[in-house]
Design a protein around this ligand. Structure first.
Ligand code: GLY
Length: 582
């Protein structure tokens, strides 16, 4: 096996060189770039298809579907349902997300919006306290923050419209049902998270009994996690399709659990939930096509706007990771995130100037305001106030098959383990996604993202997201599939992976592993991961940037498609991610 992989890796490297995508080591030698230790990671090569996901068992579930003749969408659906069992902190059927699909079969790029919606009884003031000020405990820690889950509808819609036709929903649910029913061994990565989140889960007996040992302490590595109720819920979906979740006993139990906990979701909210097929946001960058997520995710718009600004600079002439290069990335991020705050929200409720924001001439105007040696204070861009906060979790997986199809999928419960409430009798862990609304004009969400009228809560409305599943194409064929968790940091993470691959021609594993930074307009600070040389940070400070560590978790599980097959890059930042090829 290992000699096979070595041979395959060599072939892939040769193909990569032929494409002009030079591995980091050769590139580094030319540019004098000294990679951080984590750049020692290597991409995993495969011949036909690849699934790169944050959890091993589910990545292998998807790769097995590819092996059995499924396409990338079939594999993504199986992986998505399996992660709802094996990766409970973000894999889900009680949350929502976004999928970007390049369908070679249908010569089409499309997205599936399965973002949660606010219940019909939601008011714009729902997350304010008696003093009229935002009360973050309502949106983050109470059942009022629970949005109507979209994942079951979204994955089913993706399969119906873009699956190969070789697998039914029932067949693709089988691995997830077996994993929930029979249980699986708690991994080191899952065990890493439970001590800190267990108190949140244990607020509800229905959650505590699933994630605790008999003595009430959190499950530990090596324990078996069995989720019999979740198996039954997944079986209801297998038997009846999405109606098994959105109508009947499961829907009744979900709504009851939410209202018992003080929320406002009703069976009618579930019954009327719709996943939506949307045209992607498109852009171009140095001859490549960028295909990403449109509203209600801000991801695609901010990504394209940022890339458009950067396209006017010859980044490749500046050393990767140098202060000069990073300064331009920061300045571009700052401007695009300021527009995010001002203009973006659910397109069903808000008319956002998307054409302007993604236009090359608009980017040129913004670029003209960038000094190459001085940080522009955020308050000079647009004025507002915010308080920074941290929190996350979301998860991203990338899939390609041997037929040229690609799927980029990011989904989430918002915080790790969402609000922490498992709806009794269903096994479904529920989200706190409605914290992504702006509780009041000028207020910020858990990621410190400021918002205005466009993103106030409202009945049936989808909160603005940063999730940015993205596919980069060249001549109509996928080159790079990427995305990340990380709240506000998602978009800047995807941006840096793209720049590292397209501008700096880095090997995809190095492009993913190399340290990242983040600026989101407000607060006016650059969040940095460890690993940047102190002299680079010193130069950035001298330009006027406020540097703050740490940056917070992201994980860009990505695939580079070469002429000899896909190269998978599982992000090394956390344990458990896996590139599983066939
Ligand atoms: N909940 C994080 C996001 O959707 O951006």
């Amino acid at each position: 096996m290992s000699s096979y992989l070595t041979r395959r890796t060599l072939l892939a490297v040769i193909a990569t060189l032929a494409l002009g995508l030079v591995p980091a080591t050769a590139q580094d030698a030319r540019r004098g770039y000294v990679p951080a230790a984590r750049d020692a990671v290597r991409a995993v090569a495969a011949e036909h298809g690849m699934v790169v996901a944050q959890e091993k068992i589910s990545a292998q579930v998807g790769a097995d579907i590819l092996r059995r003749g499924g396409n990338a969408v079939d594999a993504a659906v199986a992986t998505g349902f399996a992660m709802a069992v094996t990766y409970p902190r973000a894999g889900n059927i009680g949350g929502g997300g976004f999928m970007v699909i390049h369908s070679a079969d249908r010569n089409e790029d499309i997205t599936i919006d399965y973002r949660e919606t606010a219940p019909a009884a939601t008011t714009p003031q729902i997350f304010l306290g008696p003093d009229g000020k935002p009360d973050v405990t309502k949106s983050r820690d109470s059942a009022l923050g629970i949005g109507v889950p979209g994942t079951v509808a979204g994955l089913a819609l993706a399969l119906e419209k873009y699956g190969s036709g070789r697998f039914t929903l029932t067949q693709l649910l089988e691995p997830a049902i077996a994993l929930a029913r029979d249980g699986f061994v708690v991994s080191d990565d899952l065990a890493d998270t439970l001590p800190s989140w267990h108190r949140r889960l244990a607020r509800w007996p229905s959650s505590a009994k699933i994630f605790s040992r008999p003595d009430g302490t959190p499950l530990v590595q090596g324990d078996r996690l069995v989720q019999a109720d979740l198996a039954a819920t997944l079986s209801a979906v297998a038997a009846q399709g999405p109606r098994g979740f959105y109508e009947g006993p499961v829907a009744e139990q979900l709504a009851k659990a939410v209202t018992d906990a003080g929320g406002i979701m009703t069976p009618a909210d579930l019954k009327t939930y719709q996943a939506v097929i949307r045209a992607p946001v498109r852009g171009t960058y140095r001859g490549y096509d960028i295909v990403s997520m449109p509203l209600p995710s801000s991801g695609g718009v901010v990504l394209v706007e940022t890339l458009n600004i950067l396209e006017g600079f010859q980044l490749a002439d500046l050393k990767q990771g140098s202060a000069a290069s990073l300064h331009l990335l920061i300045e571009a991020m700052k401007r695009a995130y300021a527009d995010r705050a001002r203009y973006l929200g659910d397109p069903a409720f808000v008319k956002a100037p998307i054409e302007t924001l993604t236009a090359k001439d608009y980017a040129a105007k913004l670029r003209a305001g960038i000094s190459t040696d001085r940080a522009t204070p955020s308050k000079e861009l647009v004025s507002a106030a915010t308080t920074p906060r941290e929190g996350s979790n979301t998860t991203h997986f990338s899939v390609v098959d041997g037929r040229g199809n690609a799927v980029s999928n990011t989904y989430t419960l918002n915080f790790s383990y969402g609000v922490g409430l498992v709806a009794d009798g269903t096994g479904v862990l529920l989200n706190n996604e409605l914290d992504d609304f702006t509780a009041a004009v000028g207020a910020s969400n858990a990621y410190g993202l400021v918002g205005f009228e466009a993103n106030l809560p409202g009945p049936g409305k989808r909160p603005l997201s940063s999730m940015s599943p993205t596919i980069v194409l060249r001549d109509g064929k996928p080159v790079l599939v990427t995305g990340s968790p990380g709240g506000s940091r998602i978009i800047s993470t995807v941006l840096q992976v793209i720049v590292n691959v397209l501008d700096y021609r880095m090997d995809v594993a190095a492009a993913v592993a190399t340290p990242r930074l983040h600026h989101q307009w407000l607060p006016d600070e650059v969040r940095v991961e460890s690993g940047f040389p102190s002299d680079v940070l010193g130069e950035l400070k001298a330009m006027g940037h406020v540097i703050v560590e740490p940056m917070g978790q992201t994980s860009a599980n990505s695939i580079l498609v070469t002429s000899s097959g896909p190269l998978g890059a599982a992000d090394p930042r956390t344990r458990g991610a896996e590139a599983s090829g066939q």
